[in-house]
Design a protein around this ligand. Structure first.
Ligand code: M6R
Length: 623
């Protein structure tokens, strides 16, 4: 949820920290701060708001002499969980004597009790945060143990919840000590310099060689070396990995917003996600990295799919395609609900976790619950070096590249693509009758990127519709069958970036209540595509035409997504967005793009903060 950066080496430390914080800003951006030690001076600054506020404050202090030329320090960008986003509550947090400076990602479950005990023992608290108890515990244990790393290990024993943190200290100098428990953390390796980062992009300009820390590991970083231990103090062997060098993807290119850039990247993302997974000669699907054997998958009797937000909508699409093609019963759960409902799963259940980041706390906690119940875990994620992937039995990577806008776009279409391929794969393994028909699907899947390109070419039509709808009171999204998850996703995207009220329903439900909200100031966006080769699709299409009539007869405005060549929908809808022809189960992958554009343009017209919408963060690493 928040971002951590650290540096020790010969470069001027503050510019490195500020640069890293800017790259982390999409993880949380309600306040920021840093603490650095250069020779005998400590420089400590925090501000509410974005990183540029912090930068301006630092520049105005003009500490050039003190803060340039080597040194070490830590920085943090925050998304508030405990306490308002004020200067006081921003990280780093200090102990009573301003000896220790701590930055923390995560959420402490037992901080109230700890705070009470520490206050009773004379510690003076200055903030409303949970993090401050870490600083005071460190103060207590540093006094007893003398070495910062030992104080960190001892402090960790008192904490419950999620606590990835880094600390520097005046008393025990020339080192940064960091621990990972929950949210991710990695050490970046340079020439006689080291970096610390919660997320790779923060240090990408400086190094691509990293040690991703495992849960329960402590890093002791000095200018000359880095060492890792477990919570038992025993040394751990570092595992060195390379960050993908997509520095270019971390820049906006010619686009005004990352969201638009990422919408445009979808043809490539879907192409990459399909690459090497479709075997033309045999007409089969293959997943090289899956690591769950065909023999194991053959025995699967039930599938649970779990995710949050956009990934949850992908999960629901997964239910439609897996049941249609692989004929395996599928349950879909919000990750935040799953682990509290005593789910009935076992060794013949495959649990599929979907997460763009692979770091969403609710998803990780649900994964651990499923694992505890002996289910095989298959992670569908965009980040190979993520916790979810490390903790799962099998993995399918979505390969959409770094997604920086808070609103997920290209990761979503890649997730849908993976779920479609997985349905074919399981149909093949479980020898379903459908399998005879797989080549038609494989061919059409490979056509998707060029169809997404066609949709990008038609964006001006979506912009015109957005201009006409900008002053509408609210939006209702309707879909049926595999198009219903797209209605949910269309509504989420619109709320998220434009702050407009939007709801989604399975279209058959509108006469059971939602019709009451229809009037001329309400826009209804309907998924009304069809596939002549699919009888079920044609039944649902007819029903959707009836739903459009129901809305029109109450004076509602209708925006319809219809298939190229459709003559019926444009006769009754106010606006029609045409989608290239494809198979019914593949059409949602195309429908996503104009829905995303509609949200983007409405948000832009309304002057919203598109890449970093208010109240949101890219990764929700607290459960
Ligand atoms: O990284 P994840 O896919 O696990 O994230 C889950 C949700 O937080 C995420 O999809 C969120 O809903 C997006 N901001 C939606 O655009």
């Amino acid at each position: 949820m928040s971002g951590i950066i650290g540096y020790i080496g010969d470069r001027p430390v503050i510019p490195v920290l500020i640069d890293g914080l800017k790259r982390l800003e999409y993880h949380g951006y309600d306040s920021a701060g840093l603490a650095v030690i250069v020779r005998d001076s400590v420089f400590y600054q925090k501000t509410p708001g974005r990183i540029h506020n912090l930068e301006e404050r630092i520049n105005s202090h003009n500490h050039a002499g003190e803060i340039h030329g080597g040194g070490y320090g830590i920085g943090h960008t925050r998304w508030a969980t405990h306490g308002k986003p004020t200067e006081e509550n921003a990280h780093p947090h200090c102990d009573c004597t301003n000896n220790l400076f701590v930055v923390h990602n995560g959420l402490l479950e037992n901080f109230r009790k700890l705070k009470k005990n520490l206050s009773a023992a004379g510690h003076v608290f200055r903030t409303e945060t949970d993090t401050e108890v870490i600083a005071h515990l460190l103060e207590k244990y540093l006094a007893q143990l003398g070495a910062l790393e030992q104080a960190v290990i001892r402090t960790a024993q008192d904490l419950t919840g999620q606590f990835t943190f880094a600390v520097i200290c005046r008393q025990d100098r020339e080192k940064i000590v960091a621990i990972r428990s929950g949210p991710p953390l990695m050490v970046g390796l340079g020439e006689k310099e080291y970096f610390l980062a919660s997320h790779g992009p923060a240090i990408l300009p400086f190094t691509t060689t990293v040690i991703p820390m495992a849960d329960g590991e402590v890093a002791i970083i000095s200018k000359d070396s880095v060492s890792l231990t477990g919570l038992d103090g025993q040394p751990r062997a570092p595992k060195i990995e390379q960050l993908s060098p997509d520095g270019t993807a971390s820049e906006r290119g010619g686009f005004r917003h990352y969201m638009l850039k990422e919408i445009f990247e979808q043809p490539q993302a879907v192409r990459d996600t399909t690459l090497g997974r479709v075997e033309h000669a045999s007409g089969r699907v293959a997943f090289e990295e899956l690591e769950i054997s065909s023999a194991e998958l053959k025995c699967i009797k039930k599938i649970n799919i779990i995710g949050c937000g956009t990934s949850l909508h992908a999960a629901l699409y997964g239910k439609y395609v897996l049941e249609a093609l692989a004929r395996i019963p599928v349950e879909v759960d919000f990750a935040s609900e799953f682990r509290y409902r005593n789910p009935i799963i076992g060794s013949d259940t495959l649990t599929i976790m979907i997460s763009q980041s692979g770091e969403t706390a609710d998803t990780l906690l649900a994964a651990r619950e499923a694992k505890k119940r002996n289910s095989k875990l298959l992670a569908i994620s965009n980040v190979l070096a993520s916790t979810l992937i490390r903790e799962s039995h099998g993995v399918i990577c979505t390969r959409s590249g770094l997604e920086r806008a808070v609103a997920s776009t290209k990761a979503f279409t890649s997730q849908l693509t993976v779920l479609m391929l997985l349905s074919l794969y399981l149909a093949q393994i479980q020898d379903r009758i459908f399998w005879d028909n797989s080549s038609a699907y494989l061919e059409k899947i490979e056509d998707l990127p060029s169809k997404l390109e066609q949709l990008i070419g038609r964006r001006a039509e979506v912009l015109t519709i957005a201009q006409e709808l900008a002053d509408f009171r609210g939006f209702l999204f309707l879909g049926r069958g595999p198009h219903f998850p797209l209605a949910l996703e269309g509504a989420l995207k619109l709320k998220e970036v434009s702050y407009l009220h939007a709801e989604a329903y399975a279209a058959g439900e509108i006469k059971h209540g939602p019709l009451a909200i229809i009037d001329p100031s309400m826009a209804t966006v309907v998924m009304a595509t069809h596939d002549l080769s699919d009888s079920n699709s044609m039944i649902l299409y007819d029903k959707m035409l009836s739903s459009i009539h129901e809305v029109k007869s109450r004076d509602g405005q209708v925006v319809a997504l219809a298939t190229d060549g459709d003559r019926e929908v444009p006769k009754i809808a106010d606006h029609t967005i045409f989608i290239p022809k494809t198979l019914n189960l593949l059409a949602p992958i195309l429908e996503a793009l104009p829905l995303q554009l509609l949200s983007y343009y409405l948000a832009d017209i309304r002057g919203c903060s598109i890449d970093q919408p208010r109240n949101l963060a890219k990764n929700v690493t607290t459960g």
